[in-house]
Design a protein around this ligand. Structure first.
Ligand SMILES: Cc1cc2nc3c(=O)[nH]c(=O)nc-3n(C[C@H](O)[C@H](O)[C@H](O)COP(=O)(O)OP(=O)(O)OC[C@H]3O[C@@H](n4cnc5c(N)ncnc54)[C@H](O)[C@@H]3O)c2cc1C
Length: 314
């Protein structure tokens, strides 16, 4: 069975979500295809606890909260969201055929590419014995804190030494019984103000284990080169791997590119392919700036261009 959609949106970051919202405002039914198991793109992958800057009326709101509000606004009844949805897109007879990884088929009159900097996957330290099996088969191993409720009342070890490890330790400590920050070096590699922030909020439920090399994981147990630690969860904050070539692998037709970004006309966000638009961090045009406001402006511009075309250019 082939499902017909007016607009298919590739990517569920800020640009994709806001494009869906704009589609709803002009009565266009759309589906969002997001490769990851969560929406929000970079805001969730890189900085869920950092306040976002430069968005009018949203002073000091953490990016995670911003995405929650944005999804409440954008995921209306006219929008269907597919997560874990890697797709391949071909074009024939003027419409786009979309095949999702579960073999579901769709055809769309228009597509909006909102694939940002690509698909971001957490780096898992596969050299640690037992990590892959536990990551695939249990809740014990987590990569970044996508679901804070998982840590309520738990003993949690956060592994890593950069900004995101500190941010996650702070975030999880508000809900967990205790948090241990475990790092392989004797110094954190984060900004100085992160340590100040950590010290300021630490009411005794965050402790530190420096110079610990993790050798093996078993369910509920971390074996390091120094000791055996019993814990309910381990959260790895070891960075993210970005697959930025993915959009060329997703579409079978060619769109003009410029330094690995999709070239668009700024007045409409049209790509070089008819009925194919692109918005957000994946696009390039003279004077392009990256940021949440640009994503929203471009989403509005693209949907307004589609809507105009559908009404005969009026
Ligand atoms: C550390 C950091 C801090 C920032 N702080 C701010 C700030 O304070 N204020 C501000 O305005 N901006 C900030 N930004 C920039 C802002 O986050 C980005 O400009 C914005 O999130 C880009 O959104 P996007 O939707 O274009 O792309 P992304 O957020 O990259 O989202 C793209 C989505 O598309 C998905 N995807 C990619 N390819 C495919 C595919 N083939 N199929 C299906 N899905 C796919 C990805 O999984 C991802 O979810 C910051 C960025 C960073 C990294």
């Amino acid at each position: 069975m082939i499902t017909h959609v007016d607009v298919a949106i590739i990517g569920g970051g800020v640009a994709g979500l806001y494009s869906a919202y704009m589609c709803s405002t002009v009565g266009l039914a759309c589906h969002i295809f997001e490769a990851l198991p969560y929406i929000g793109g970079q805001c969730i992958a890189f900085y869920p606890n950092k306040p976002i800057y430069g968005v009018p009326g949203l002073h000091k709101i953490p990016a995670g909260e911003f995405v929650k509000r944005l999804s409440e606004q954008c995921l209306t009844d006219n929008v269907v969201l597919h997560m874990n949805a890697s797709v391949s897109i071909t074009k024939s007879n003027g419409s786009f055929e979309i095949i999702a990884s579960n073999n579901q088929k769709f055809d769309a009159n228009y597509i909006i590419i909102a694939s940002g900097i690509g698909v971001m996957k957490p780096s898992i330290p596969v050299s640690i014995k037992g990590v892959t099996e536990l990551a695939n088969n249990s809740d014990f191993v987590q990569c970044y804190c996508l679901n804070p409720e998982l840590y309520a009342g738990q003993k949690v070890v956060v592994a890593g030494g950069g900004n995101s490890a500190i941010d996650h330790a702070i975030c999880i400590s508000k809900i967990a019984k205790s948090v241990t920050l475990l790092h392989k070096r004797d110094n954190f590699s984060c900004d100085k103000n992160k340590i100040d922030e950590l010290n300021k909020i630490n009411n005794g439920n965050i402790d530190f284990k420096m110079n610990h090399q993790i050798l093996e994981l078993q369910q509920g147990v971390i074996i390091t080169d120094k000791e055996v630690i019993n814990t309910d969860r381990i959260v790895f904050c070891y960075g993210l791997h970005v697959n930025s070539d993915n959009i060329q692998n997703t579409i079978s037709f060619t769109v003009k590119m410029e330094r690995n970004l999709i070239k668009v006309e700024q007045s409409s966000m049209k790509t070089s392919e008819n009925a194919c638009y692109a918005v957000g961090d994946v696009v390039s045009y003279p004077g392009k700036t990256r940021g949440i406001l640009s994503c929203c402006y471009e989403a509005q511009t693209s949907v307004s261009a589609i809507s105009k075309e559908l009404s005969g250019g009026i």
